[in-house]
Design a protein around this ligand. Sequence first.
Ligand code: SF4
Length: 268
Amino acid sequence: MQKIININSIFLSHEGEGIHLGKAQIFIRVQGCSLKCKNCDTPEALSFKNNKIFTIEEILEEINKINKKYKLINKRISITGGDPLDPSHKDAILDLIKVLKKKKYFINIEAAGNVINPQIFNLVDSISFDYKTPSAVSVNRRETLKSLSALPAVPALDLLKKLFLNKKYRDKLQIKSVIESKKDFLYVYSSYLQLSNSLLSSHPSHSSKNINLVNWILTPSYSLKMSESDFKKKFDKIFRWNLTLAGGAFRVIGQQHKWVYGTRKKNV
Ligand code: SF4
């Protein structure tokens, strides 16, 4: 029996952020995510109840319709969400990816950063892995972590280390961190240093140079209330922190679709 996937939308646009910025591609946005980040920019895709159920065959039909209409030259798909690696989606997503790979699509997966899925990560061409900052952590989760005296960075850093140590993943990996404040920046930079030290001590051949081979992207957060000049000021601060505090360790890339269309327009 064909597996089914709860879908928010399937649409054609240009990649708005990260290392594939500006490339035309079809987005498959999965419906449902259990992370509930405080600064989530796709709240409409969080609920698991909004059922628009598609079979894999039906998703392929949608993709074909778009291809037929636009006669796309490049076969690129980005699977995003919601959280495509959530336990309720991952098996069907794996089947979908297998079919798309047979059809020779370049596939990017947007991972929320809380899990490594080897079956999916081995198959896709590009992994975009979130590394959450303090301002992303939801209020409830922050309280829970505080009460457990746990550091939110530790499990996520362990995942990053596993990804970096696997050359197959490292070569197609980008890490994405949304930066709201200097606290976020320092948190990410401290994680970068911890990761670099940890790689160096466990595998001398994996020095901080290896981290520089990977794209770690800082994306300035963009809120509905923010004026354009305030946003530019924030962007400028992140550029300067990257240069003066982190020796230019990161790539700083904004979300161009939000500049062009604003934050309310969806599926662009
Ligand atoms: S992981 Fe992504 S989709 Fe899920 S709540 Fe966080 S930002 Fe939103």
